[in-house]
Design a protein around this ligand. Structure first.
Ligand SMILES: NC(=O)c1ccc[n+]([C@@H]2O[C@H](COP(=O)([O-])OP(=O)(O)OC[C@H]3O[C@@H](n4cnc5c(N)ncnc54)[C@H](O)[C@@H]3O)[C@@H](O)[C@H]2O)c1
Ligand SMILES: O[C@H]1[C@H](O)[C@@H](O)[C@H](O)[C@@H](O)[C@H]1O
Length: 334
C-alpha cells in the first residue's frame, strides 16, 4: 500500500520532508498540500504534482488523503491535529506538538474520544544512531545507574520571528524529550539561568540560556541553549553513570588533514546533523500507518515535554526553580 499524505504547512521543514518522501522513504507519496499562504501551497503543489487545498479542513477531509503531516509553526498545530484525529486520520506532527501543555491536553482528549492513538510527534532525536546507542548502553546496565546528563544545543542563528519563549518550547524541547526518553522517567523541577548574553542575539532575546532539570529519581541535567553561536548546528550530549560515561561524537564519518591541521566540517543545520534520524522517523511512521498502527513519540510525550516547557517559562519569570505539574498518564498512553 502507498500511504497518500496530505501536508499542512510545507515551509522549510515541510519541504525537506517532501524531498525525503520523494527520494528516500518507501511506501508513501505527498498527494495534497495546504498552507496559510495560498499561493505558496499552489506553487509547492505544482512542483510535486499534488493537489493544493485552500484550507487545512478541506485537505483533512479529502478522500484520497490517508494520513496528515503537520509542518506549520507550533502555535497552529493544535487545531489541525485535533481536526485530523476527529476525522480518524493518522497524523505526524512536527515538534512541538503544541507550545503549551494545555493545548496538548486538547489533543489527548481528541485521541481518547477516538479511542485510539493516531498522533506521532516529530521528536527525531530518538532515531539518531548516537542517542540510540547511548540508550542501549544505559539499558544494558553495564555502566550502572545514570547520575548526570549534560546537553548542549547550539544553532548558528535564528530567524527574526523567533520569540524568547521559543528558546524553550521550540529549541530546548528537543533536549527535554531526549532526557525523558533516555532516562525513561519524568522531569520534576526546572530552573533557568541566564549567563552573559551574546552580542549576536537579535532584539531582546536572552541567549544563551541554561536549564537545570531534575528527574523523578534525582538525575541532575544541565541543558545549554545557545541559538546564535554564528558557526554551527552543534548538539552535544554526555551521560554520566555510576561506572562509566557515554558521550555523543559529532557523527562525522571522515576527518581531513591538511596545512590547517586535522578535523572535520561541522553541521550547519538540523537537516545535515539529523539526516539519518529524520529518514528513520518518517520511514517508521509510514510503515506503521500502512499497517493501521501508531508508533513513535506519542501525544503523551508531546504533553510531558510541553509541561516541562511551561515550568521553564514560569521559572524564567520567577527566577527560581519551578515544579513541573502533569496529569496522571491516561491508560491510552501506558
Ligand atoms: N525537528 C526539527 O529539527 C525541526 C526543524 C525545523 C523545524 N521544525 C518544526 O517544523 C515546524 C515548521 O518549521 P519551519 O522551520 O518549516 O517553519 P516555516 O515558517 O519555514 O514553515 C511553516 C509553514 O507553515 C505555514 N503556516 C503557518 N501557519 C499555518 C496555518 N495555521 N495553517 C497552514 N499553514 C500555516 C507557513 O505559511 C509556512 O509555509 C515547526 O513546528 C518547527 O518547530 C522541526
Ligand atoms: O525548529 C528548530 C528545530 O527544531 C531545530 O532542530 C532546533 O535546533 C532549532 O533550535 C529550532 O528552532
Amino acid at each position: 500500500m502507498t500511504v497518500r499524505i496530505g501536508m499542512i504547512g510545507p515551509g522549510a521543514m515541510g519541504r525537506s520532508h517532501i524531498e525525503r518522501i520523494r527520494r528516500r522513504i518507501a511506501g508513501a507519496e505527498v498527494v495534497a498540500v495546504s498552507d496559510l499562504d495560498d499561493e505558496h501551497a499552489r506553487t509547492v503543489a505544482m512542483q510535486i504534482g499534488a493537489a493544493a487545498y485552500p484550507t487545512s479542513a478541506e485537505l483533512i477531509a479529502a478522500a484520497d488523503v490517508d494520513a496528515v503531516m503537520i509542518c506549520s509553526h507550533g502555535p497552529a498545530h493544535r487545531d489541525d491535529v485535533v481536526a485530523a484525529v476527529d476525522a480518524g486520520k493518522p497524523v505526524f506532527c512536527e515538534k512541538p506538538l503544541a507550545p503549551t501543555a494545555s493545548e496538548c491536553l486538547d489533543i489527548m482528549d481528541a485521541e481518547q474520544r477516538a479511542g485510539r492513538r493516531l498522533v506521532t510527534v516529530g521528536f527525531m532525536r530518538r532515531f539518531d544512531p548516537g542517542y540510540v546507542q547511548m540508550k542501549d548502553i544505559l539499558t544494558s546496565g553495564e555502566i550502572g545507574e545514570p547520575l548526570i546528563f549534560h546537553s548542549a544545543h547550539r544553532n548558528p542563528a535564528v530567524p527574526l520571528q523567533y520569540t524568547p519563549d521559543m528558546a524553550i518550547n521550540d529549541t530546548a524541547i528537543h533536549d527535554i524529550d531526549i532526557v525523558r526518553w533516555l532516562l525513561a522517567e519524568e522531569v520534576t523541577t526546572v530552573r533557568v539561568d541566564t549567563p552573559r548574553a551574546t552580542r549576536h542575539r537579535p532584539g531582546r532575546l536572552q541567549d544563551p540560556l541554561i536549564l537545570i532539570l531534575s528527574t523523578t529519581s534525582g538525575v541532575w541535567v544541565d541543558v545549554e541553549i545557545f541559538v546564535n553561536n554564528q558557526h554551527a548546528y552543534d548538539v552535544q550530549g554526555e551521560l554520566v553513570a555510576e561506572t562509566g560515561t557515554v558521550r555523543l561524537t559529532d557523527q562525522q564519518v571522515v576527518e581531513r588533514s591538511g596545512t590547517a591541521g586535522r578535523g572535520h566540517r561541522l553541521a550547519m543545520d538540523h537537516n545535515e546533523r539529523f539526516a539519518a534520524a529524520f529518514d528513520a522517523e518518517l520511514q517508521q511512521w509510514v510503515a506503521a500507518v500502512a499497517h493501521g498502527e501508531c508508533t513513535g513519540p506519542s501525544s503523551w510525550d508531546g504533553y510531558a515535554a510541553a509541561s516541562v516547557c511551561d515550568a521553564a517559562v514560569r521559572a524564567i519569570h520567577a527566577e527560581a526553580a519551578t515544579s513541573v505539574s502533569m496529569i496522571e498518564r491516561p491508560a491510552l498512553y501506558r
